[in-house]
Ligand binder design. Structure first.
Ligand code: ZN
Length: 250
């Protein structure tokens, strides 16, 4: 693009600062729902863990209850066999009953041992269940507070964004239409960055602050010309040298 002349370079630089601030703000606003979603996801995950622990506890309690019922059954079985002992006359039947009674007692002992083990497991599972319930409660409170903060902050940012857009429109309105049109076109093509300052190294070599490409000899002369609107040959952005701009335009 050929060299253009404008006294509006400072206004364009100011506009670029405003646009960047507006873009940043809009990005922050759009990230708020995602942050809130992440908080909800983490909370639901924790609730899932709590539910799993609760299920484990209930399962153990049911198992313990069924073993207790088994003991009562064996108790009843032993009593019945003992009543039968008094009625049988036959020696073999008598012996068979004694064997049955012994077997039932052994089953009872084994079941009692199993219940002791289960009691320990139930205690542990109950403690884990309580711990997770407290954690979930705490996490829910934190999540609600944080969500409230984020939402309030989002509203403030939205108000600030509206104000910034209005101020930007005013500022843009003071720049000539032709220049604004170029600025907007480049901004749309170049990820929101239309005008950038160039970088000058110790040897006087100048490169574009947008794409880092070195400037040609002609551009190096142009960029030192007051009020010259220079475009990068590589990325087409408007480029300027701080000391030219600040020395050239009051
Ligand atoms: Zn460039």
């Amino acid at each position: 693009m050929n060299l253009m002349h404008t006294t509006e370079i400072k206004s364009l630089i100011d506009l670029q600062v405003r646009d960047k601030a507006i873009d940043d703000l809009a990005r922050k606003i759009s990230s708020v729902p995602l942050e809130i979603q992440a908080l909800n996801d983490a909370f639901e995950e924790k609730k899932g863990t709590m539910q799993t622990a609760k299920d484990t506890l209930v399962k153990l309690q049911v198992e313990k209850k069924s073993k207790e019922l088994l003991i009562a059954e064996k108790e009843e079985e032993i009593r019945k066999h003992q009543r039968d002992l008094n009625m049988v006359k036959d020696n073999n039947a008598f012996k068979a009953l004694l064997i049955e009674i012994e077997r039932a007692k052994r089953d009872q002992d084994d079941t009692e041992t199993a219940i002791l083990g289960l009691m320990e497991s139930v205690d542990k599972a109950a403690a884990e269940d309580r711990r997770l319930q407290q954690e979930v409660k705490k996490l829910e409170e934190e999540k609600n507070l944080r969500t409230k903060d984020l939402s309030a902050n989002k509203e403030n940012m939205e108000a600030a964004l509206e104000a910034a857009k209005a101020a930007r429109a005013d500022a843009a309105g003071k720049i000539s239409a032709e220049i604004i049109e170029k600025y907007e076109f480049i901004r749309a093509q170049r990820k929101g960055l239309a005008i950038v300052h160039v970088k000058e190294d110790k040897t006087g070599h100048i490169s574009c602050g947008g794409c880092n490409m070195g400037l040609t000899a002609q551009k190096t002369v142009d960029i030192k010309t007051p009020d010259a609107l220079v475009f990068c040959d590589n990325c087409q952005r408007m480029i300027y040298l701080d000391k030219t701009v600040n020395g050239a335009v009051v």
